[in-house]
Design a binder for this molecule. Structure first.
Ligand SMILES: [Zn+2]
Length: 293
C-alpha cells in the first residue's frame, strides 16, 4: 500500500508517495514562501497533497514533517523556526484543508526514522539523528521506533542553552546550540571575523585552503559541535549518530569534529560511530511517508 509523506520546511514543501521498500511513486516540490504567512503555507501544503493524492487513492492518512512539534497542552504547534506557525492549530487546519487525518511530526524525527530504518542507522538499536542546517534538530529512534517523549521534545539538542551570554534565539533563550551550529550561525561567525559574506560550505573550503579567519571560525565551530554532541552522547549513549542537513557535508565534522566530541565526552574513549546520512535531502520526506504507512 502506498503512503503519503510531506516535508514542510522553511524554504520548500516536498511531498512523496511511497511504495513499500522505499520506492517513490510520485514526488512534488513547491516553494514554501513562508514570508506570505500562515494561510499561504496551508495552501502550499494543500497543493502538494492534491498533486499526490491521485497516486495514492488508498491513503487514509497524510504524515507531515515540520520543525517544531505539537503542544501536548492544546494541540497547537510550538518550537518551529517558521515562527508564524507557532501557536496555530496546524494539525486541525491541515486536516480541514486536506480532508484526511494528519499525523504531524518533527522534521528531525522524520529524518532520524528514515535513516534508522533505511539509511546509515540500519542495524543499530539506538540511533540519534542530527540535523545541522538552517536550524539544528535531533531525533531518537529505538529499535526502529521513534521516541518522541510525552512532551514531544525528545532529541531537541538544538535548544540546549549552553551560553547565557550567547546570541538570542527565536525560542526566547540565549546561546542555544542552534545559534552556534546552524548554517546561518557559521556564516555570521565568518562575517564577524572577516567582514565578508560566504555560504557555510565555502567557509570550510577557505579554511582548507589556509585562510586564517576561516580556519579560526571553523575550529571554533567544530569545538562547539564536540561539546554539544558530547552532552547528548553522555545522556543517550546511542549506537550511532547520523548527521544530516546541509552542514553534514563538512568533512571536518567526521575528523576534527569527532576528536572534539571525544575531548568533551565523560568517558575514556569515544566508540560511537558519527556518520553522514545515506538518504540525502529526501530523508525527512521519506521518514514522514514511513510514519503514514
Ligand atoms: Zn533556542
Amino acid at each position: 500500500m502506498a503512503s503519503i509523506g510531506i516535508d514542510l520546511g522553511g524554504t520548500k514543501v516536498e511531498g512523496v508517495v511511497l511504495e513499500e521498500g522505499l520506492v517513490p511513486r510520485h514526488r512534488v516540490r513547491v516553494a514554501t514562501e513562508r514570508e506570505r504567512g500562515y494561510a499561504h503555507i496551508l495552501d502550499r501544503v494543500g497543493e502538494v497533497a492534491e498533486a499526490l493524492r491521485p497516486y495514492a487513492s488508498e491513503a487514509r492518512l497524510i504524515a507531515v514533517g515540520t520543525p517544531g512539534s505539537l503542544s501536548a497542552r492544546d494541540g497547537t504547534l510550538k518550537n518551529s523556526n517558521t515562527t508564524c506557525l507557532n501557536g496555530r492549530p496546524l494539525k486541525a487546519d491541515l486536516e480541514a484543508r486536506l480532508g484526511l487525518p494528519v499525523r504531524l511530526e518533527n522534521d528531525a524525527n522524520c529524518f532520524a526514522l528514515a535513516e534508522a530504518r533505511h539509511g546509515s542507522g540500519r542495524g543499530h538499536a539506538v540511533v540519534f539523528g542530527v540535523i545541522l542546517g538552517t536550524g539544528v534538530g535531533g531525533g531518537i529512534v529505538i529499535e526502529g521506533r521513534l521516541w518522541s517523549g510525552p512532551q514531544h521534545i525528545a532529541g531537541e539538542w538544538g535548544h540546549h542553552a549552553v551560553d547565557p551570554g550567547g546570541p538570542a534565539c527565536y525560542c526566547g533563550q540565549r546561546g542555544c546550540v542552534e545559534t552556534m551550529l546552524s548554517g546561518p550561525a557559521l556564516e555570521a561567525a565568518y562575517r564577524a571575523a572577516s567582514g565578508s559574506r560566504l555560504p557555510a560550505a565555502e567557509v570550510a573550503g577557505r579554511a582548507t585552503a589556509g585562510e586564517a579567519a576561516a580556519a579560526a571560525v571553523l575550529d571554533r565551530y567544530l569545538d562547539r559541535f564536540g561539546r554539544a554532541l558530547a552532552n547528548v552522547i553522555t545522556i543517550l549513549d546511542p549506537d550511532v549518530v547520523v548527521l544530516g542537513g546541509g552542514l553534514s557535508n563538512l568533512g571536518a565534522l567526521y575528523t576534527s569534529g569527532r576528536e572534539a566530541v571525544a575531548r568533551y565526552l565523560f568517558n575514556d574513549a569515544l566508540s560511537t560511530p558519527i556518520v553522514p546520512n545515506q538518504l540525502g535531502d529526501s530523508a525527512g520526506v521519506l521518514g514522514a511517508a514511513l510514519l503514514a504507512a
